[in-house]
Design a protein around this ligand. Structure first.
Ligand SMILES: NC(=O)C1=CN([C@@H]2O[C@H](COP(=O)(O)OP(=O)(O)OC[C@H]3O[C@@H](n4cnc5c(N)ncnc54)[C@H](OP(=O)(O)O)[C@@H]3O)[C@@H](O)[C@H]2O)C=CC1
Ligand SMILES: O=C([O-])CC(=O)C(=O)O
Length: 257
């Protein structure tokens, strides 16, 4: 399988280190031919330059990159795995990606990211869900560059502090680098409007803690994970990068779980 990647940040580097070979990489125009480009990988700036024989593209570059490159990749008939699924909170982009996949007879696969139990949520949805709540808790440095900075002093924070309380659409839109999990939960369960989200900066923890609770016809469940951040980016959990590799593996397996 010839696999290409969008982005060259913390998640992309982890994924590349687990691939035998990377066929092509979409990077910022400024990074083509830069000093970092010391290996022989084909670096391009646009989806139109991705070679025709590419089987699968992997988006590890965030919301704007999915919006910029996703539609053309799918229209060209190339399957795409994305970890930037919070971008689908934009209903216009969601529809554009769907139309592109239908036109190209391709598929957009959503990596499970930093959370688990989405399989449980998807199955529970069949019987009917009543409530779905997601709580995202990170150390203060994990919220730097997010709207948390407008209500909290992240450098001197002493107690756990809620800086967002609302629904998954608002969370995924306002926190593009921190609330993709909220979107994953919404897409697997009761949707963006009905999924309740709270985001917390907590100086007493050193992990990214995600808690998902649901009730419905099936009964109830709570899932909690304490994820280690990637060494290169305190915002991103290592499991998010691992889930991308797992998605690629699933696509190549004869029997999938
Ligand atoms: N589903 C989930 O659970 C999670 C999802 N994520 C999503 O994954 C994204 C990436 O995370 P991470 O790797 O840690 O972030 P990084 O900031 O380390 O890397 C992002 C990379 O993407 C590049 N990039 C951004 N926009 C474009 C573009 N239009 N074209 C080409 N390259 C682009 C950046 O380049 P430059 O440096 O020049 O901007 C950078 O190299 C996050 O922004 C977030 O949306 C993250 C964690 C969990
Ligand atoms: O990596 C994480 O822990 C979660 C995250 O950033 C996101 O949901 O966007």
């Amino acid at each position: 399988m010839k696999v290409g990647i969008i982005g060259d940040g913390a998640i992309a580097r982890y994924v590349r280190s687990h691939l035998e070979d990377t066929h092509v990489c979409i990077v910022r125009p400024s990074k083509i031919g830069s000093a970092e480009a010391s290996d022989t990988i084909l670096r391009v700036a646009d989806a139109s330059q991705v070679p025709d024989d590419t089987d699968l593209m992997i988006d590890c570059a965030g919301h704007s990159a999915l919006a910029q490159h996703g539609p053309l990749i799918l229209k060209r008939g190339i399957d795409l795995v994305t970890v930037s699924l919070g971008a689908l909170a934009d209903a216009h982009l969601h529809q554009k990606l769907r139309a592109a996949a239908l036109q190209g007879a391709s598929q957009l696969h959503l990596a499970s990211g930093a959370i688990g139990a989405l399989d449980c949520l998807r199955a529970a949805k069949v019987g009917g869900l009543e409530t779905v709540t997601y709580l995202g808790r990170k150390p203060p440095q994990g919220w730097i560059g997010s709207p948390a900075e407008s209500t909290l002093d992240l450098k001197t924070l002493k107690d756990p502090s809620v800086h967002f309380d609302g629904n998954a659409r608002e969370a995924a839109t306002a926190y593009p680098k921190n609330a993709n999990v909220a979107a994953a939960v919404a897409l697997a369960g009761v949707g963006f409007e009905q999924t309740k989200v709270r985001l917390i900066a907590d100086p007493s923890i050193d992990a990214n803690i995600h808690e998902l609770s649901a009730t419905g016809e099936f009964g109830s469940f709570t899932f909690r994970i304490e994820g280690k951040a990637l060494p290169d980016n305190p915002k991103s959990s290592a499991l998010a990068a691992m889930s991308v590799v797992a998605a690629i593996n699933r696509m190549q397996a004869a029997i999938t779980s």
